[in-house]
Each structure stands twice: as structure tokens, then as C-alpha cells.
Design a protein around this ligand. Structure first.
Ligand SMILES: CC(C)(COP(=O)(O)OP(=O)(O)OC[C@H]1O[C@@H](n2cnc3c(N)ncnc32)[C@H](O)[C@@H]1OP(=O)(O)O)[C@@H](O)C(=O)NCCC(=O)NCCS
Length: 158
């Protein structure tokens, strides 16, 4: 398993992984095009890492992007991580964040936000392990498959 900065050519596979979680671990319900990830990969204030298997197959990704385009949020980033189904629980996420978090700090971010479905205990515990603390629960903020969904906000501050 290798962790590498993402290249433009990785955008399609990143989209393919993310689009398997629509309405399951993200409020995004329509498939995202590769172009969305190409833009993030090429943006100067973003950092994207991919986890690749020996055969060069991308099995996960993580990135930081600005939390907001409002100037006062210049220190704030939002992070995201998704592994392809079948690759969880093998410390791949851990290796991705080991690269991503120092890079986010180098980019100037001093506050990171993660938005997580409240039923996603694995992701909540994963983020706790990296020093994220629970800010709170947004009760019933989501509406997916005719059900109200709670999300939690977690943050890490340097
Ligand atoms: C959440 C996710 C990124 C974690 O990555 P991962 O590679 O599976 O996690 P790791 O194997 O690196 O685990 C690191 C630590 O996280 C915690 N953790 C991970 N999975 C867990 C689980 N199912 N239950 C409890 N704790 C868990 C543990 O503390 C673990 O350390 P340990 O192995 O010493 O106990 C990954 O499972 C994933 O992509 N899930 C599906 C998509 C998703 O939910 N993305 C996040 C959206 S907010």
C-alpha cells in the first residue's frame, strides 16, 4: 500500500469510490463527475492523497479543502476521507491521514472540520483517534430515503 499525492488522472477513480456512498455516508445524492475532483486536485489551497495497491489501483482518498470562501475562515479547512468498500479496517485511513494532516498544517490550516453521519461510529472513532473532538449533533438535518438523518460535526484545532 502506497500513499501518494493525487494526480489529475486519479480524479475518475476518486469519483467512482465516492459515488458508492451516495445517501449512505454523504448527503450528496447525485453522482459527482470526475471534473469536481480534478478541480480539487489542481487547486493550490487543497491537498488530495490517494492510497494505491501494488497494482496501482486506487483504493481510497482523503483531502482537505477550504471550509469557506469567506475571508475570515482563512485558517479553516474541511476534510474528507473515503475508502473503497472492502478496504476498511486495514489502517489505510490511518496512513492517509498521517500524510494529509501535516500537509494541511503546512498549507496554513489551523482548524479542520469533519462532517459525519451520526450513525457512522467507525468514522467518529477514527477521527477521535486523530485528535478530533465532537462539536455536536445536528439532529434531523438530513432527509435521505424518506428518513431524517443526524450528522455530527467534529473539529481539530492547532
Ligand atoms: C472511516 C474510514 C475512513 C476509516 O478508515 P480505516 O482504514 O477503515 O480505519 P483504520 O483501519 O485506519 O483504523 C484506524 C482507527 O480508527 C478506528 N476505527 C476504524 N474503523 C473502526 C470501526 N469499524 N469501529 C471502531 N473503530 C474504528 C480505530 O480506532 C482504529 O484504530 P485501531 O485499529 O487501533 O482500533 C473508512 O472505514 C471508510 O472509508 N469508511 C467508509 C466511508 C466513510 O464512512 N467515510 C467517512 C465519511 S465521514
Amino acid at each position: 500500500m502506497t500513499i501518494l499525492p493525487a494526480k489529475t488522472a486519479d480524479a475518475q477513480r476518486i469519483a467512482d469510490i465516492f459515488n458508492q456512498y451516495l445517501g449512505i455516508a454523504t448527503m450528496v445524492l447525485e453522482p459527482r463527475p470526475a471534473a469536481d475532483y480534478q478541480a480539487i486536485i489542481e487547486a493550490e489551497n487543497c491537498a488530495v492523497f490517494v492510497a494505491k495497491e501494488a497494482a496501482e489501483e486506487t483504493v481510497g482518498f482523503a483531502y482537505v479543502k477550504p471550509y469557506s470562501d469567506r475571508g475570515g475562515y482563512v485558517l479553516a479547512g474541511e476534510i474528507t476521507i473515503f475508502l473503497a468498500p472492502g478496504y476498511q479496517g486495514q489502517r489505510i485511513g490511518l496512513h492517509l491521514y498521517d500524510e494529509l494532516l501535516p500537509t494541511a498544517h503546512q498549507l496554513g490550516y489551523r482548524h479542520l472540520t469533519a462532517k459525519i453521519w451520526a450513525n457512522n461510529g467507525a468514522s467518529i472513532r477514527f477521527h477521535e483517534g486523530f485528535g478530533f473532538r465532537m462539536v455536536g449533533t445536528q439532529v434531523g438535518i438530513g432527509f435521505v430515503g424518506r428518513k431524517r438523518i443526524d450528522t455530527v460535526i467534529m473539529e481539530r484545532v492547532w
